[in-house]
Write a protein that binds this ligand. Structure first.
Ligand SMILES: [Fe+2]
Length: 386
């Protein structure tokens, strides 16, 4: 099958190998004459970005590059980008890279025309209505990892260093107007990054599927996303140059983020404070806590897991069968077993638990959670007990 397509759900997606060459056309389609390409400092030096900038310049576009951002991006990364955007008189953003670059690029595009500070647009109540929509810049998103799905997301996760909390900045129009998904851009990812980001995509699908709200469309997308991940993540980790595996993982990643419009859950609630305080990798942290959270929620998700197990064609369709699949997948792609293995110690549980409880993802957990529950669950994930 030719793994290529033009889709308009949930936004305009140009999918297929080699389609990065359409970047200048995508910018022009959104009326840009001088985009600012936002990426991370490591990618900025690679031919992938150098070539993309050159293709824009060759097509008659002015094209600046902003790369002053870090993994788990902070407010200064956004304000620096806004300053670069204004100084260069840019008229749109190309958000190009992994989750950090995509989130920062989307946040810059939001902030270039706002008078209020960034934190006023946190995803709380109806705060998004504070946004001056006319001030938002258009965005073309180009993912280079398969996991975050931020290219089809309506939010950015930015760390507030004054409180060491990850905050979700949200507006429906933060969904990039055009996405270019070129699987070739992901073939150079090393196996451990492929594994960690791929498990982030799985956590999006799993949490969205399990969230206790009525949203059959999201659930349908989530289970097919999980099937693709089951078939292709181990292949992509083992052989990064397998473009078929990279293709299926890239779209599975977008499917995870599309599905989680429905909601997330305790995997993300536990993961965000670890990233904010200890700098742990987001996808890796989700992967570590995944089986413990499933087990915690067992009473609320047993029937759903059976349906999932049947769809995934597992030998054992039951909750236990799905849990065993998650455990064996984790092991086969080299994910550590406990939070202690990635630097989260017993002493952190009481510090992190209130923040996990306050995380916006908590509302989507199948079982209601208290701060005390999160402390218990952290201890389970740290010690590796079920
Ligand atoms: Fe995530």
């Amino acid at each position: 099958m030719d793994l290529k397509g033009n889709w308009n759900y949930p936004t305009a997606i140009r999918f297929g190998v080699g389609r990065i060459k359409e970047l200048p056309d995508a910018c022009k389609a959104l009326g840009m004459k001088s985009p600012l390409l936002v990426t991370d400092p490591a990618l900025a030096k690679l031919p992938m970005i150098v070539d993309a900038v050159k293709s824009c310049v060759d097509a008659g576009l002015g094209c600046g590059v902003y790369s002053n951002l870090q993994g788990n991006p902070v407010e200064e990364n956004v304000t620096g980008g806004v300053a670069a955007y204004r100084a260069g008189k840019h008229d749109g953003v190309i958000a190009f890279g992994g989750g950090s670059a995509l989130d920062t690029g989307k946040a810059i595009a939001l902030m270039v025309g706002q008078k209020r500070p960034l934190w006023d647009f946190e995803d709380r109540e109806d705060w998004f209505t504070r946004v001056d929509v006319a001030g938002m810049a258009p965005v073309v998103a180009v993912p280079t990892t398969a996991g975050t799905g931020s290219e089809v997301g309506r939010a950015s996760v930015i760390t507030d260093t004054s409180t060491h909390t990850k905050k979700i900045i949200f507006h429906p129009k933060m969904l990039p107007s055009i996405v270019i998904e070129d699987p070739q851009l992901t073939v150079g990812l090393p196996p451990h990054v492929t594994a960690a980001t791929g498990m982030d995509a799985l956590s999006h699908c799993l949490e969205a599927y399990c969230a206790p709200f009525y949203h059959p469309m999201a659930e349908g997308i989530a289970i097919e996303g999980m099937r693709l991940i089951k078939e292709w993540l181990p292949v992509a980790v083992k052989d990064g140059r397998n473009v078929e595996a990279r293709s299926h993982m890239l779209i599975a990643s977008s499917m995870g983020a599309t599905a989680f419009q429905k909601g997330l859950g305790a995997m993300h609630s536990l993961s965000h404070p670890c990233g904010a305080h200890l700098g742990t990798h987001h996808g890796l942290t989700n992967a570590v806590v995944m089986p413990y959270v499933l087990n915690w929620n067992r009473s609320a998700i047993e029937a759903k897991m059976e349906r999932l197990g049947a769809y995934l064609a597992l030998e054992d369709h039951s909750f236990t069968g799905v849990l065993d699949w998650v455990l064996s997948l984790r092991e086969s792609i080299g994910i550590p077993n406990t939070l202690a293995d990635i630097g989260v110690g017993e002493e952190h549980a009481s510090l992190l638990a209130p923040e996990a409880f306050a995380d916006p993802s908590t509302g989507g957990n199948p079982l209601p959670m208290t701060a005390q529950d999160f402390e218990k669950l952290y201890r389970v994930c740290i010690a590796g007990t079920h």
